[in-house]
Design a protein around this ligand. Sequence first.
Ligand code: BGC
Length: 249
Amino acid sequence: MNVFGVDIGGSGIKGAPVDLDKGDLAEARHKVLTPHPSTPDALAGCVKEVVTHFGWSGPVGVTFPGVVTGGTTRTAANVDAGWVDRDAQSMLSDLLGLPVTVLNDADAAGVAEMSFGAGRGRGGTVILLTFGTGIGSAVFTDGKLVPNTELGHLELGGHEAEKRASTKAKEDEDLGWHHWARRVEKYLAHVEMLFSPELFIIGGGVSRKAEKFLPLIEGVRAEMVPAQLQNNAGIVGAAMAAAVAVGKG
Ligand code: BGC
């Protein structure tokens, strides 16, 4: 069965129909650039553009880069503050005229990786971290998600971790791989101290370049692997969540 997934990110809003049996995109994805300011109206318009590009009618899953409880967006660290306490699910549903499910972006990526990627068949505590504009987290115990964990906002050396160790920080401060890997290592060691996971899945666009920094990280006991669905994990996870919401997951 195909369900539509949309991933709202700091640089682009990407979507495609997803083949839920394969856990892969059924068609090449369509992307529009994230508008600035990223107000609810502006982003919702982009979501509509992506969905109508495919002439899609059916359930739609949408990721959001902040806390989402019961379809309401609660935080907006890297998008316009107008998203705080918005009933995003109803707003998007009304705009598209379709059933919409909204969930945190890292949670969506995690769900997809646990079913179709690097976390397949893995029990115990597994933590997926996405490195991008911010740092997103998805925590699983025996395959079950603990939603909205927000581990990117842990404090590290007096700073919010995502301000130091996201790929945005790497770019903004022009850090080389070694320098950035030191920061990621410190961050992973801190998360490990708190949760003792068996496995870290490293996601976000930078997971495509895992060979440049994962081998530089030595001070972490847990196994570390790059995400496998890479840039499509959010889209696939969003579609999976939408299928569950309409009783077809
Ligand atoms: C947000 C998280 C999000 C992460 C990645 C953080 O700033 O608070 O909810 O998952 O960025 O987009």
